[in-house]
Design a protein around this ligand. Structure first.
Ligand code: NAD
Length: 476
């Protein structure tokens, strides 16, 4: 597949391609162009050229294109989901959910098209103050491989609705799904140059997007480490930034929680997408009085997770996206065992059998008796490993939950309103779920505190994130 610059499907100026591989079996899914700096320049030129025309259309018109794109994506959901599973590894059911969720995000932004209004105030000196919101300009969007469709929509939806043009870089592992979505947007009439997709590495294409003087804003989703690098580079010309970074979400189960629901929530929250979600349940804190019950039920449920190629209907958990990712999980679990940082009570190994040999599979893993300074509780573990920690009470749970550098999401499971209030005010996170975890509807702002990010995506706040306020003071 080629990349899209100025509405044309082109190869890289480097003339080089690389092979996208299926993480379930190592087979080639297809070639993608290996973009270089000059490709970013071509894309930024096209985006700059398209800017005034696109920004000059009505928001109603832009919303209509998003509505049509959503319909097109829904029509093609199964076709796109097959490519998503092939390049990313997630089970088909999750891939279809993600593609439908992507359409839903475009529908949400289309629905906001009549909300782009200016405000007028009469001031005490008799002036009239109008505050308009203008597009920022050409926006760079850099996305990871774990949810390549949804995270593309979180950036492209509000950017296009508010009249910006975009240069997007997908992750090297998953360029094909974003390219199919870009094709769907062009099929329904998105003008040339408004959305350009340049495939290639983070070091070359990603950094050039951040360095380019033609690009005024960068919205990045990925690791905290890369986010810090981007912030340093962007400081050079004070580029606008939205950074959605890593997380180590705690889930707290209280003594009065609905235990079967909490158990189902923990298992889905940790093992969906093989644990590769920024807001996955990465640490489970359970109050002593129900800990044995919770551990027993989670162990039973985890034993029922069928691992395999995501194209097989019975498969509940696919491979990890990369061999490097799988090896990093493997070495973390080895460290935990070697240093006696916890006790592995399920998984903790590679699955056995011929069907797993060529894929990046790892068994769903549970670790109990985790020591407080274990790597499992300090760092973001981006794979199917769940540390379970017993706590005396809610206060101890909140203190432990807040004891990382991350602050993306957190959940509290209880039936008591007072407990909910205490947890909501005590937990340091951008989003707090009560008796659920993981769901992020497009209607609500999403983003992290501490080292989980800067700024918010989704919700009405995202309209501010893609516009600049321009104030006009009139005195006649
Ligand atoms: P990553 O930071 O390695 O890569 C993300 C993207 O940045 C990729 O497209 C990559 O090519 C590009 N990139 C890499 N180096 C770059 C550089 N120097 N300059 C510019 N671009 C560069 O992250 P990943 O491993 O692909 O994704 C996993 C991480 O993403 C996890 O930490 C996860 O928590 C986080 N994540 C966060 C959210 C959120 O909304 N907060 C959502 C999903 C994933």
């Amino acid at each position: 597949m080629k990349m899209v610059i100025n509405g044309e499907w082109v190869g890289s100026l480097s003339d080089r391609t690389y092979t996208v591989k299926n993480p379930a079996n190592g087979e080639a899914v297809g070639p993608a162009p290996l973009g270089v700096r000059d490709d970013v320049k071509r894309a930024a030129d096209a985006a700059e050229e398209a800017l005034s025309r696109w920004g000059g259309t009505s928001s109603h018109h832009r919303g209509q294109i998003l509505t049509r794109a959503a319909a097109r994506i829904r029509e093609q959901a199964e076709e796109i989901a097959i490519i998503l599973t092939a390049e990313q590894g997630k089970p088909q059911r999750e891939a279809i959910d993600e593609i439908r969720g992507t359409a839903r995000v475009f529908e949400y932004y289309a629905g906001l098209s009549s909300n782009l209004t200016a405000t007028v105030q009469h001031l005490e000196d008799g002036s009239e103050a109008t505050v308009m919101r203008e597009p920022i300009g050409v926006c760079g969007a850099i996305i990871p491989w774990n949810m390549p469709a949804l995270l593309m929509a979180w950036k492209v939806g509000p950017a296009l609705l508010t009249g910006n043009t975009v240069v997007l870089k997908p992750a090297t592992a998953t360029p094909l799904t974003p390219l199919m979505l870009a094709a769907a947007l062009h099929d329904v009439g998105l003008p040339n140059g408004v959305l350009n997709v340049v495939t290639g590495s983070g070091d070359e294409v990603g950094e050039e997007i951040v360095r380019s003087k033609q690009i005024q804003k960068v919205s990045f989703t990925g690791s905290t480490q890369t986010g810090k690098r981007i912030m340093t580079l962007a400081a050079h010309d004070l580029k606008r930034l939205t950074l959605e970074l890593g997380g180590s979400d705690p889930m707290i189960v209280c003594g009065d929680a609905d235990i079967p629901k909490a158990v189902a929530g923990a298992v889905a929250g940790r093992f969906y997408n093989a644990g590769q979600i920024c807001t996955a349940v990465k640490r489970l804190y359970v109050v002593d009085s129900v800990a044995d019950q919770v551990i027993e039920q989670i162990t039973e449920k985890v034993g029922q997770i069928t691992i395999g190629d995501g194209m097989k209907p019975e498969v509940k958990m696919g491979p990890l996206s990369s061999l490097q990712g799988r090896e990093s999980i493997r070495s973390v679990v080895r460290q935990v065992v070697d240093r006696e940082e916890g006790r592995v009570i399920a998984g903790g190994e590679l699955p056995q059998g011929d069907e797993y040999i060529r894929g990046n599979f790892y068994t769903p893993t549970l670790v109990t008796d985790v020591v407080p300074d274990s790597i499992l509780l300090r760092e973001e573990i981006f794979g199917p490993v769940l540390p379970i920690v017993r706590v005396k009470d809610l206060n101890e749970a909140i203190t432990a939950a807040n004891s990382t550098r991350y602050g993306l999401g957190a959940s509290i499971w209880t039936s008591d309103l007072k407990t909910i209030r205490t947890a909501v005010s005590g937990l340091k996170a951008g989003i707090i779920w009560v008796n659920q975890h993981l769901k992020i509807p497009p209607e609500v702002p999403f983003g992290g505190v501490k080292e989980s990010g800067v700024g918010r995506e989704n919700g009405l706040q995202s309209l501010d994130a893609y516009t600049e306020a321009k104030t006009v003071l009139v005195r006649l």
